[in-house]
Design a protein around this ligand. Structure first.
Ligand SMILES: [Zn+2]
Length: 303
């Protein structure tokens, strides 16, 4: 069965269109469910999107998260307050059950911009959370959602399979309007080997021919897409490695690394004037911090 007809991508119109965040509403035989909530700050936009699909917010009883980064699961607590059950990776559970640490670190990073950008986080009671192990199947009406644990971008990452469709969260990276592919590498969990294994795991799932990316679009050239993503991850990690080895400051890395990223974007067909769009979608500094940390963690493992 082709499940694409059951899927309704909802663009959360997150502070304009520069950084696209989608929620996916899936119509099951017993009502709609959503995959991803986007951040708390996009809650009203998501409710409007659900209404456009012909449903009310109270109709959402099941929410599947790919991971608990603010742009994916930051709004989950609102849905729990409305009575929905939230399905989450075991490693993500504590971050949304007791989000104090997550909120404090986000406030450190975003400062005064936090509320406007992401909104806030509130604890989700255990009664509204369900931990999902790898390869677990959650049956909702006529739909079987299978969890595919897929760490590398985040330890607590799960892609969700529904028949021929895979909701990839960030394991398949970012791709706006079927344009160039971007590898989002924020700190602190980036692990390239693990991410590559997760990409291979996704590609090996039988019968899947369509990906829905939280940041971007429907992707059907899944093999090309994932191979390019793997190459990009290694290219960016290896570019950063000598800077890590020589303990170069982040400021000094920024320009050469941004140039390296932009050269690749141009070879993927992006025009000079569109480059800032992609910088917003996947900030250079975020990848520097994430990849420097990756090499640091790795170097400590070797010792
Ligand atoms: Zn993420």
């Amino acid at each position: 069965m082709n499940y694409n007809t059951k899927v309704h991508p909802i663009n959360l119109d997150f502070h304009g269109k520069v950084f696209e965040i989608f929620t996916f509403l899936v119509e099951t035989s017993i009502g709609p469910i959503i995959i991803e909530t986007g951040p708390h700050s996009s809650f009203e936009n998501l409710v409007k999107g659900i209404e456009k699909c012909g449903y009310q917010k109270e109709d959402i009883k099941h929410v599947f998260l790919t991971h608990v980064h603010l742009d994916h699961g930051g709004g989950a607590w609102c849905w729990a307050e409305l009575g929905a059950k939230i399905y989450v990776h075991p490693e993500g559970y504590r971050h949304i059950h007791n989000p104090e640490k997550l909120l404090a670190s986000a406030k450190r990073i975003y400062g005064d911009m936090m509320d406007w950008l992401w909104g806030t986080l509130k604890p989700i009671p255990a009664t509204h959370l369900q931990i999902v192990e790898d390869n677990e199947i959650i049956q909702i009406g006529d739909c079987e959602f299978k969890s595919i644990h897929s760490p590398g971008h985040a330890k607590h990452h799960t892609a969700w399979q529904l028949g021929n469709v895979l909701f990839t969260g960030d394991v398949a990276g970012v791709r706006i309007e079927n344009g160039p592919i971007l590898p989002p590498c924020p700190p602190p969990d980036i692990d390239i080997e693990m991410w590559e294994a997760s990409i291979n795991k996704c590609l090996e799932i039988k019968g899947v021919d369509t990906y829905y990316l939280t940041h971007g679009s429907k992707v059907e050239d899944i093999h090309y897409h994932m191979e390019k993503l793997k190459a990009l991850l290694w290219a960016q990690a290896n570019f950063i490695k000598p800077y890590f080895d020589s303990q170069t400051s982040i400021n000094e890395i920024f320009k050469p690394f941004q140039k390296f990223i932009q050269e690749d974007l141009i070879t993927q067909g992006v025009s000079e004037q569109d480059l800032p769009r992609y910088e917003n979608a996947n900030p250079t500094s975020s990848n520097i911090y994430g990849l420097m940390r990756y090499w640091k963690v790795k170097s400590e493992l070797v010792k």
